[in-house]
Design a protein around this ligand. Structure first.
Ligand code: GDP
Length: 362
């Protein structure tokens, strides 16, 4: 499955956040036999639709979609010059499908900042500079060969041009993602085989003081720093307190005391999921109501394959009901009676919120 790598300078609250993420691990609760790597936190993506489905179908349990966060510990500054640790750090980022930067915005004299002052802007620049330098090194290694090849093979010219353009952007100090050359887009296609770091989608977690959680002017400033990447604001210490509370009412009270409606981890899971380009479809029955993860644009047979490869191989059709229609009608039988249950074939592109039952041969 796709993963989000968490990086940040020392003392910004990464471990605090990551501990909260692992305590919140949904695998432990729902899949008792799953093996969990110590540096991976698997977090549920909150989805109120599942509770509604469970109500309609009388489901015994609810299984949300999940996002995997990987703690990429270790150095940041100097990584691109690095032997050993630096290489490992960059290799771990290369294996991630998105990069989540934890940025310190909280003030606390007792927690030393590596550069002596709290400055989100400078910290973002420090981290991004390492990633940009690493990409420039990659490009400098392959560009001369590509240029040579393109003199003979003219079909290589568009790739050479794309790599040269990427180089120019990186030299300006920009990440390719921020320049609109994001992994998965057509613009990034000619760069694919270079496995560049900064084409990966970025997201930013600002670890803020509690009073900044509701400071819209402050938050807008930080959002502007990182756009088009998304920004999430949370207080890592508060998050670690929240996951310790068993009582939902107490947790809600704590959240409301700082002007929040949901835990920052929940927001992080939702934004992380979207940043990875993922969406869900839903299945429901008396045993469970469940969200299944598919890439945006997946077809019905591909979606069936997420449940079981046999479902994809033997796919006949899918009965699709929109979540809203189901809630309006109150039951599958009533949706069918209203003629709003659709039979979709193998070319159907799944829509977010589809409630599905697959028909297949085995
Ligand atoms: P890491 O080096 O990035 O993993 O940072 P840690 O999670 O170890 O945190 C470094 C120090 O900052 C610890 O003493 C934490 O208790 C403290 N810390 C983490 N998050 C917050 C926060 O939101 N507010 C304050 N005041 N301190 C925090």
């Amino acid at each position: 499955s796709l993963t989000i790598g968490i990086v940040g300078l020392p003392n910004v609250g990464k471990s605090t956040l990551f501990n909260a993420l692992t305590k919140n691990d949904v695998l432990a609760a729902n899949y008792p036999f799953a093996t969990i790597e110590p540096n991976v936190g698997v977090v549920g993506v909150p989805d109120p639709r599942l509770d509604k489905l469970a109500e309609i179908f009388g489901s015994e349990k609810v299984l949300p979609a999940t996002v995997d966060f990987v703690d990429i510990a270790g150095i940041v500054r100097g990584a691109s010059e690095g032997e050993g640790l630096g290489n490992k750090f960059l290799a771990n980022i290369r294996e991630s499908d998105a990069i989540c930067q934890v940025i310190r915005a909280f003030q606390d004299e007792n927690v030393v900042h590596v550069d002596g002052k709290v400055s989100p802007k400078d910290d973002i620049e420090t981290i991004n500079t390492e990633l940009i330098l690493a990409d420039l090194q990659t490009i400098e290694k392959v560009l001369p060969r590509l240029e040579r090849e393109s003199r003979i093979k003219k079909d290589k010219l568009p790739q050479v041009k794309a790599v040269q353009e990427a180089k120019a952007l990186l030299e300006e100090g920009r990440t390719l993602f921020s320049a609109g050359i994001a992994q998965g887009t057509e613009a990034a296609e000619p760069l694919h085989e270079l496995h560049l770091l900064t084409t990966k989608p970025f997201l930013y977690v600002f670890n803020v003081d509690e009073d900044e959680l509701t400071d819209e002017a402050f938050k807008d400033e930080q959002r502007a720093l990182v756009a088009p990447a998304e920004a999430i604001f949370l207080n890592a210490k508060l998050e670690s307190d929240l996951v310790e509370l068993d009582d939902d009412a107490e947790a809600l009270e704590l959240l409301q005391s700082v002007g929040q409606e949901e835990p920052g981890l929940a927001t992080l899971a939702t934004v992380g999921f979207r940043t990875l380009g993922l969406q869900t479809y839903l299945t429901a029955g008396p045993k469970e109501s469940r969200a299944w993860t598919i890439p945006e644009g997946a077809t019905a047979p591909e979606a069936a394959g997420v449940i079981h490869t046999d479902f994809q191989r033997g796919f006949i059709k899918a009965e699709v009901i929109s979540f809203e229609d189901l809630v309006d009608a109150g039951s599958v039988a009533d949706v069918r009676a209203k003629g709003k249950a659709r039979m979709e074939g193998k070319d159907y592109v799944m829509q977010d919120g589809d409630v599905v039952e697959f028909r297949f041969n085995v």
